[in-house]
Structure formats: structure tokens, C-alpha cells
Design a protein around this ligand. Sequence first.
Ligand code: C2E
Ligand code: CA
Ligand code: CA
Length: 520
Amino acid sequence: MFTRYFSLGRKILFSSLLLGTVVALLAGCFQLMIFHHKRAEQFDSIAHDLQKYLNNYFGELLTTIDKLQPLTLSHCENVAAELTSRAAFSLNVRAFLLVDNGNAFCSSATGEMSVPMKQLVPQVDVTKALDLSILPGTPMMPQRAAFALWVRSPLLENRGVFTSINASLMPWILYSSRQNQFSGISVVANGIAVSTFSPNPQPVSMLREKPIRSAKIDGLPLTVNVYGDAWASENMQFSLLMGVMCGLLSGLLCYYVLSVRLRPGKEITSAIKRNQFYVVYQPVVEAENMQIRGVEVLMRWKHPTAGEIPPDAFINFAEAQQLIVPLTRHLFDLIAKDAPVLQRMLPPGAKLGINIAPAHLLADSFKQDLRDLSSMLPPNYFQLVLEITERDMLNQRQAVSLFEWLHHEGYEIAIDDFGTGHSALIYLERYSFDYLKIDRGFVNAIGTETVTSPVLDAVLSLARKMNIVTVAEGVETQEQASWLRQHGVNFMQGYWISRPLTLEKLLEAHAKPENYFTTG
Ligand code: C2E
Ligand code: CA
Ligand code: CA
């Protein structure tokens, strides 16, 4: 479970960046969608309002025109006054013209007349029941655009009413000036548009933009268009800002949570506080007589969720997290706590083998930590043996001076896992140490590989010649034990003798005389 923490810093950074980016994208898009939706709603409501306004206006106008239709039967002089007053009371109407047989014979503005409609307003088709067009101007107001509306009488053949209406978009421009999300309006009849883009009517094809909303006016060939951008740049900027802020915040929060709150190193520190570490002791016996001469102290972690975590995993992990020093100090405390019980079981001078991680050897506090341990143990009872693997051996000069200091202070040194490193034999000559712990790989090979195990044989005879005391690790069978004894191994350790035991189990084993090893 701990290998995942090894490139921790990078993983945390990567996760935070990933989360930040995802959140930034999501928040930005979400904000943009909200803006977009709001904008769409506003466009809908503007188009709807304009359509409603025009429907009402032209609805009323058509009702007025219906009322004017019977006047086309009368002489102009008889109806001119009524025509004029109707025009005066109809909003935006410039003039009503009564038409008989294609001839305009009465105007609300100028009274009696006689001009063919074809000549007067060629844009409208009086043969149709209803026609609507847009004119650049009318005789009275030549510069101001006007709607030209022709309505044929439904009952009286060849008669009808023509109306010219102001096509100024002023009220809508005023309206639009309050709504900054759209850029313009146009009203289109017969392919001609009056718009807020130009003072004069122009063909629809000349309008620059495509409308974002269009609405038809009831009963008339008239369309009102709204123009604008579906996406506003200020909304995009705001969404971007929002996304960046949310991303940054969540990235930082993630970084904080992962690196500060859930920092894996914290697991070790909190496991120390919660007393999740404990120690087991594996007896080391003298090969000659199977008498227990000491124990190797091995640490265990009972994790509340992950269960028992093997030391190979958490020791490396603690080293990677720079937590090996506090962890070893904790180990020292645990040993000191057990020491009075151990003292009752083990003979005076019994060896306590303690594994020392290389990072701890190099730590400034190492010497003081050892002195603290010694001071916590019963005085002059145990012999501390520091187990250091040859793999992790320090550079030569450091090692020589450290070994000297250790010996001077009364500690013994064991080279652990001997045979698993590369330059094993060089160490035998170079360093003064007390025990050689032969790796269980060699011991395993006894009786399987070759009958004689020549390498182990050579190592043991060399050690004997150099007066180095040997400890065989991982002795699992009686066959191995006999072989090792015959070849002059001094001490043995392994499952055949005893598994690593908790203090209670060690006490039980001590009480039972049928054990392989004896504690007397
Ligand atoms: P190690 O120092 O070589 O410890 C001996 C390992 O061999 C122990 O494993 C022990 O349980 C196991 N062992 C003993 N007899 C036999 C046997 O007959 N057969 C087999 N197959 N295995 C046997 P453990 O306790 O899992 O520890 C593994 C390693 O973790 C240790 O190897 C040591 O390097 C490290 N370690 C354990 N406790 C500590 C500690 O307190 N501090 C430090 N720095 N390292 C520790
Ligand atoms: Ca060891
Ligand atoms: Ca070992």
C-alpha cells in the first residue's frame, strides 16, 4: 500500500493540477451555460414583447380600417371630415386613402383627389386582398420611411383603404437602448427592411447580421427581427475568470488536503501516537547447545484498516518520509517498556539485536538516541547489537569512525543479510564488526542446491579463520541446523527454532520445557 506514496510530491501536484483543471473547465462551462441560458431568455422576451406590441398595433389599425371600408361608397366631400378625424386619432397614421377601382379618390390629409394607385404607390398590389410594403417616404414626409398598407374591402368589390404609417423605429430604439444584450431590430415587409442599422429602408439582403430571433405579425406579411450575439464577450471573460478562480481554489484545497491533512507520513506519526506499532522477538540460540543467547527485535504495524503491514514495506516508507528517526525512537521506547520482562527471561549479557536503518545511522541524533535507549534499559544487563545491512553500508570513512565510536560505547555490530550485497567479502576485511548474519538465502540452499553448499562452506571457514562470529538466519529445518552446526556456525535463528514472538508468547515459550531452544 505504500509504494504509491513514493513519488508523493509529484502525485499530489499532479492530482491537484488535474482536479483544478477539471473544476476550472466545469465551473467555467457551467457559468457560461447560465449566461447563455439567461441571454436566450432575454432574446425570447424581447422578440415576444416586440411581436406583442406590433400585433396589438396592427390589430387595432385593421379594426379602424374595417370601419372605414363603407366610406369608399360615398363621395369624398361627405366623408373627408370623418376620414381626417380617424387619421388624427390613429397613432402613427400619416394618411388614410379611399380607393375605388384602383383610383385613390379621397385622402385624410389632402381631401379630394384622383390618382391611380399604381402611380401613387407602385409597391403595393391593389389586386390583392391585403398588401404591405415599406416606402422610403411619403409625399408629405419624403425622408421618413413608412409602411404602405392596402386592405381591400371584403364586401365591396374593387374598393378598399390604403394607409401610410410612420415606420420610425424610435420607440424600439429607445427600448433597445435599455437592453444592452442585443445590437438591433428590423421590421421586414416584402423583402424591404426598416432597421436600427440604417436611417433608410434597405433590402433585407443588405443587412449585415443574421437575426438571432424572428417573429411574425398576425395576419400581415410582416416580420420583426432581433439581432445580437448569442455569446457576449464580457460573459465569456467572467466565465473564464470564474473557472480560473474555482480551479485555483479547488486545486489549492486539494493540494492542502492531500499534502497537509492526509499526508501519508501522518499515518506513521499518528500510528506512533495511537500505539499501532509493537515489537516481536525472535530468539537467537547458540548452535552448540540450543541455549537462547539473545533475541532479534522486529517491529510490527497493526494498521486498523490495512491489517498487519510487513516491516519491509513500512520501514522503506518511513525512510522515504524522513520518519525513520522518530519511528526508531519509538521502537526504543517499546523495547525499554518490555525490558523488565525480558530481563526475567533472558540470561545476563543477553543480546538484543536491533535493526538500524541507514538513514538513522547518518542522522545527527543517532548517537544521542542510542544513549537514551541505554539509559532506559536495566543497567549492565543486555548487550545491544546493532544490525546493519551490508547493502546500506555507509561510505568507508564514516563507517570506520562510527564503528569505532560504537565499540567504544560498548555496542556490538552485526552485518545483516550477509551475502545479498555485491562486494560481500571486502567488508570482512575492511570493518571491525562482531557478528556476521548470513542471509537466509544461503541457509535455504542447504540440502537443495548441492549436498555440500560450497559457497556457504567457504564463507564459514573464512569467518572462522578471521575470528568472526557467525549467525545463520532463516533456519527452517533440522537438516539445515545440523549442517550449520557441523560447519561451525556459532548462532542460529529461524522458524525451526522459533518464529518471532510477542512478549506474551515469548513468556509462554519460556515456561514450556519442550521447546527446541532452552532459555536456561
Ligand atoms: P531482517 O533483519 O533480515 O529480519 C529477519 C526477517 O526474517 C524477519 O522478517 C523474520 O521474521 C524473518 N525470519 C526469521 N526466521 C525466518 C525463517 O526461518 N524463515 C523465513 N522465511 N523468514 C524468517 P520480518 O520481521 O518480516 O522483517 C523483515 C525485515 O524488516 C527485517 O529483515 C529488517 O530488515 C526489517 N525490519 C524489521 N524490524 C525492523 C526495525 O525495527 N527497524 C528496522 N530498521 N528494520 C526492521
Ligand atoms: Ca536483522
Ligand atoms: Ca537479516
